[in-house]
Every structure is written in structure tokens, then in C-alpha cells.
Design a protein around this ligand. Structure first.
Ligand code: B12
Length: 226
């Protein structure tokens, strides 16, 4: 008879997942990602310890010229499929925390990280609207007016797009003053620097999906800045 809590070693799925991506085997990738979940692991841990590091390794291999653009795109497409396959396994409590809008700025095509953050926040009880990436600032402002989120999350991967994030924050503060949503930013462009995020006027920055959940909770608990 089994007793107590079984600890699932989620990260041990990484080599199999990476091999499946490099071989272009979609079903094998789904199987490798689902296996720890079926064994009891949290979907968010599979995102964080399997899918995310696999894509970072794929990006590194592409940068070094070890794999082709086609191989990188194939790995990306498979991972997008896997994120959708994992969604039904995500815990999705009632939306008691508030409304949260998540977007990427115009010109930014990277959106898998933001998609994972959207799933993580939904699984923490937020009502989430995820716009995807490459959204012009004016349209984000319009979405804020209609959805009226307590928190706006902005994802940015390429450092060259940080100026657009700063402009979006400034436009929202100008349009809504103290009623502007609290602004949470993240993505590789911030290079792990909270300082850079706060300097551009964001209320908080988070390095990954787990930290994003804690940061979003903190933003609605703390009083807004005038
Ligand atoms: C997949 C991918 C693509 C795909 C994206 C597809 C898609 N729909 O998302 C495509 C093929 C489109 C692409 C294009 C390009 N890419 Co690209 N890409 C990647 C790759 C391999 C993986 C990105 C990814 O999904 N990572 C996995 C996710 C889960 O990790 P993450 O994004 O870091 O997200 C986590 C955190 O950052 C955080 N987070 C993310 N968003 C948010 C938001 C909030 C609010 C919060 C709180 C937290 C948060 O939480 C997430 C989950 O834990 C990376 C390699 C890498 N190191 O990541 C290169 C990479 C990002 N790409 C790169 C480059 C150069 C490009 C191109 C310029 C290539 C080219 N010459 O065309 C174009 C630019 C396109 C554009 N205009 O945006 C470089 C960027 C280097 C740099 N510093 O500028 C990288 C690092 C590759 C490399 N090693 O050189 N890319």
C-alpha cells in the first residue's frame, strides 16, 4: 500500500521531451510532457521545468547554428500544441482574485512564455484575458477600457521592444491616472532586472510564471500609487 505524498521528479522528463522536439515527434513530446502530470505533478511545474528549459536549449542550439530555423520552428510549434494539451489538466478554480489582461507589444512575436503565465494566473483564480503578442498599444488601451482589469501583464522578449512597453505604461497612466490597472511586466527582455522594469514605470516584474502568480497577488493586496 502507498502512503503519504509521492514526489514526482518533473525535471527528469526534460531529456525525453527535448529529444522528441529535436526528432519532430509531436506525439512523443505530448507523452513526455503528460507523463509527470499523470503521475501527479502540477502542470505549471511541467511548463517551468520541462517546456521552458527545452525551448531555451533549442534557442541556444539555433543561436550556435547547431540546428536549422526549420528545426527551431518545429520545436516551437510542437510546444504550442503541448501547452494546449496540458490545459485540461490545469487546476482552474473560480475567478475570485479579479480581472487580469495579458499582452505582448506590437512587433513582438514571442508569446509562449506569456501563454504559460496566462495559464498560471487562471489556475490561481484570476479571470484572464490573454491577447497574445504583437498588439498595438492603442488596441491594448481599448481592451483595458472594455475589460477593466485590476492588473495588466505585459510580456517582452526582445530588448528592442522595451521602449514600447514603457510607452504603453505611460499612455495608460495618462489615460486612467490613479485608476490605471496595476502593471506587471516580464519576459527575457528584462534580463532578470527588476530595476529596469520599475524604472520604466511598472508596478512589478516577475522572472517566471510562479513568481508572476505571487506578484499579481501582491499587486491587488498593496494600495495603488497615485
Ligand atoms: C520560440 C522562439 C521564437 C518563435 C516565437 C513563437 C511564439 N509564438 O512564441 C519565433 C520563431 C517567432 C521567434 C522569432 C524570433 N526570435 Co526567437 N526565440 C524563441 C525561443 C527558442 C523560445 C522562446 C520561448 O518561448 N521560451 C520559453 C518561454 C516559456 O520562456 P520565456 O519566454 O522566458 O517566458 C517565461 C519568463 O520570461 C516569464 N514571462 C514571459 N512573459 C511574461 C509576462 C509577464 C507579465 C510576466 C510577469 C512574466 C513573463 O514567464 C515565462 C514562463 O515562466 C527563444 C530562446 C529562449 N532563450 O527563450 C528565442 C529567442 C528569444 N529569439 C531570438 C531572436 C533573435 C528572434 C528573432 C529576432 C530571430 C530572427 N532573426 O527572425 C525573431 C524575432 C521575432 C519578433 N519580432 O518577435 C533570441 C533573442 C535574443 C535577444 N536578446 O534579442 C532568442 C533568445 C534566441 C537566441 N538564443 O538567440 N523566436
Amino acid at each position: 500500500m502507498k502512503m503519504g505524498i509521492e514526489i514526482v521528479d518533473v525535471a527528469s522528463a526534460l531529456p525525453g521531451y527535448l529529444s522528441a522536439l529535436l526528432a519532430g515527434e509531436r506525439e512523443a513530446a505530448v507523452e513526455a510532457a503528460l507523463q509527470p502530470v499523470v503521475a501527479g505533478a502540477d502542470v505549471l511545474d511541467v511548463h517551468l521545468h520541462v517546456l521552458q528549459p527545452a525551448l531555451h536549449l533549442i534557442g541556444r542550439q539555433w543561436e550556435l547554428g547547431e540546428i536549422t530555423v526549420a528545426a527551431e520552428h518545429l520545436a516551437t510549434t510542437i510546444t504550442q500544441f503541448v501547452v494546449l494539451k496540458l490545459y485540461p489538466w490545469l487546476s482552474r478554480p473560480a475567478h475570485t482574485r479579479g480581472r487580469l489582461l495579458l499582452t505582448g507589444v506590437e512587433g513582438e512575436y514571442h508569446q509562449i512564455g506569456a501563454h504559460m503565465v496566462a495559464d498560471a494566473l487562471e489556475s490561481d483564480g484570476w479571470s484572464v484575458r490573454f491577447l497574445g503578442s504583437n498588439v498595438p498599444n492603442g488596441d491594448v488601451l481599448h481592451a483595458v477600457q472594455t475589460f477593466r482589469p485590476q492588473v495588466l501583464g505585459v510580456s517582452c522578449t526582445l530588448p528592442g521592444h522595451l521602449a514600447r512597453v514603457a510607452a504603453l505604461i505611460a499612455e495608460l497612466r495618462q489615460a486612467h491616472g490613479a485608476d490605471a490597472p496595476r502593471m506587471l511586466v516580464g519576459g527575457l527582455a528584462f534580463r532578470g532586472s527588476e530595476h529596469e522594469a520599475l524604472a520604466m514605470g511598472a508596478d512589478a516584474w516577475a522572472p517566471d510564471l510562479r513568481a508572476a502568480v505571487l506578484a499579481a497577488r501582491g499587486l491587488v493586496a498593496a494600495p495603488a500609487q497615485a
